[in-house]
Each structure stands twice: as C-alpha cells, then as structure tokens.
Design a protein around this ligand. Structure first.
Ligand code: ADE
Ligand code: ZN
Ligand code: ZN
Length: 285
C-alpha cells in the first residue's frame, strides 16, 4: 500500500514537471519582457515596479509566463492567448475573427490586449480602490503582447494554429505550433548562444538600436494606446509566408527550415519587446 502511494506521488510529480507551453515558451516570453522593461520611461518603470509583486524583485521577465500557469485556474482566460482566422485566407479582421469557440465577440488575444490596456489606464485614478486587479492586468498584458507576436497564435481555425500538424523537428516528433513556441528559439540558443538566453537578449537589444533602429521607430507607432490589430495582421501574414509554408502533416523540419525561419522569430521577439514597452509608456505617460 505504501509502495503504491509512492508510485502515485512519483506520477503526480512527473505530471507537474511536464511543461505545458502555450504562446511563446518560457524563453520567448522572458525575452520580450526583458527587452520591454529596459525601454520603459521613468513613469512607466515606476508603475511597473509598483504593480509587480514584491517576490518578483522588480523583474517583469520572471512573471511573463504567469498567464500560462493560471490558464486552468482562470479557465475563462485560455481563449485569450490566440486568434483563429479562416483557413488559407491569410488575413485578419477584428469583427470577423476576434471571438472564442462559442462565438463570443472580443474573446481573443487582440480583445484581451485592449481590455487590459483599458484597465491599466485607471492606474493612479483618485478613487483609490480600483475595481480591477492591476497586478494581474500588468501580467496579462505583458504576456498577451508577446503571444500575439508568435505567428501561429494568429493561425488557421481547422488546425488550431498548427497544434494539430505533426512534424519532426530534426529527429524528434513535434507539432508545428510548438516548433514556433519553443523549438526554434531553443535550437538558436544552443547553436549560437552557448545555451545562454541572456546572450540572445543582448544580441536582440543591440540589433534594435543599430540595424533595426529605423524600423523600430515604425514598430512603436500607434495612434491609439494599444494597436493589437496591426500585430495580428502581421502575424497571420508571417504564419502563411513562413510558418505554414512548405509544411504538411509529417514534414521533417531541419536546417533549411530552421535557418530561414529563425530570423523571423528574432524579429517577432524584438517587435514584441519594443511594442510592449511603447504600450506601457503610452499607458503610464
Ligand atoms: N488553440 C486554438 N487555436 C490556437 C492557436 N492559434 N494558438 C494556440 N492555441 C490555440
Ligand atoms: Zn500564452
Ligand atoms: Zn503557443
């Protein structure tokens, strides 16, 4: 009986250790949040610092995957990580596509970005006790601006953003969606950065201020407080042009795919970080 109990505990422990990745994986979110936090205005940096829980030690990156961990506790939030668009159309329209599987409008990652942006705009309002939990709003917004930059988070409906497309990543079995959440980033870290994510972040930060300096200005541009529709339209286009292109059930993805798609992933991570910072800078003034 005792042995049996130990086996059950081992099984539960293993289950808890299996990573369930949704959105960029942990590193993708860490990268966008680190890039963003280094670009905040004084007012935005102060607000973020105030809203983060003390245990985060003022490191937004450490809680950038929090939204994935609470998906099961906050079941309503699981539809807010992505957008399903019509198969093979390669376009996105808010009114047509931003809904959940029950057809409820605004329940998609673009709607969530608008919602948490509006909540955070009440930061500093006089009538103190806000009706919102602004710490959660900060963590959701940080995560969802990352997710919307993962091309397959604005993917086709029938394959659930590549979640039902089985492929091989080099010699290992994988699903296409996970290749874009994790495998491309992970392989780049191993091959080019000695498995050190900080080195990858440094390289992206350097590129943002040099080779991408002009483009980065354009990435930040937004005539409202948040511009998720721009990011979603770019996302489905990148999904068609790069993620889905040349891939079918059972495809073997190796160097040809990795080396041509890795620059796209780099650019989307950089855009996500620059835009998250720009959004916070607009929100907190
Ligand atoms: N579930 C359904 N569509 C999805 C997508 N595009 N990304 C992640 N999860 C999904
Ligand atoms: Zn997510
Ligand atoms: Zn994902």
């Amino acid at each position: 009986m005792k042995l049996c109990k130990i086996h059950i505990l081992t099984f539960v422990a293993i289950l808890l250790l299996i990573p369930v990745a949704h959105g960029w994986g942990v590193d993708g979110h860490l990268i966008t949040c680190r890039i963003a936090q280094a670009r905040l205005s004084k007012a935005a940096a102060d607000a973020v610092s105030q809203l983060l829980p003390a245990y985060a030690d003022n490191d937004l990156g450490s809680l950038c995957s929090w939204a994935d961990r609470v998906k099961f506790r906050y079941h309503w939030s699981s539809a807010l990580h992505y957008i399903d668009t019509p198969d093979n159309l390669c376009t996105y329209q808010y009114n047509r596509d931003c809904k959940d599987e029950d057809g409820i409008l605004d329940r998609c990652v673009a709607g969530a970005i608008n919602n948490y942006t509006n909540q955070l705009l009440t930061y500093g309002d006089d009538n103190s006790a806000s009706q919102y939990n602004l710490t959660e709003a900060l963590l959701f917004l940080s995560h969802y601006i990352g997710d919307i930059h993962q091309p397959l988070h604005v993917g086709f409906t029938s394959d659930r953003g590549g979640n039902t497309i089985d492929v091989h990543w080099y010699t290992r079995k994988a699903v296409l969606h996970h290749v874009w959440d994790d495998n491309i980033i992970e392989t780049a870290e191993e091959r080019f950065y000695d498995s050190n994510v900080d080195e990858l972040i440094n390289t992206l930060q350097k590129n943002i201020t040099t080779v991408w300096a002009n483009q980065a200005k354009a990435w930040e541009a937004c005539s409202k407080t948040a511009c998720p529709d721009v990011y979603a339209s770019e996302g489905i286009k990148a999904a068609c042009d790069w993620a889905y292109k040349g891939v079918g059930e059972g495809s073997v993805l190796e160097d040809d795919y990795f080396l041509s798609r890795y620059p796209v992933v780099n650019m989307r991570l950089a855009q996500g970080g620059v835009r998250l910072a720009a959004t916070f800078n607009r929100i907190f003034g």
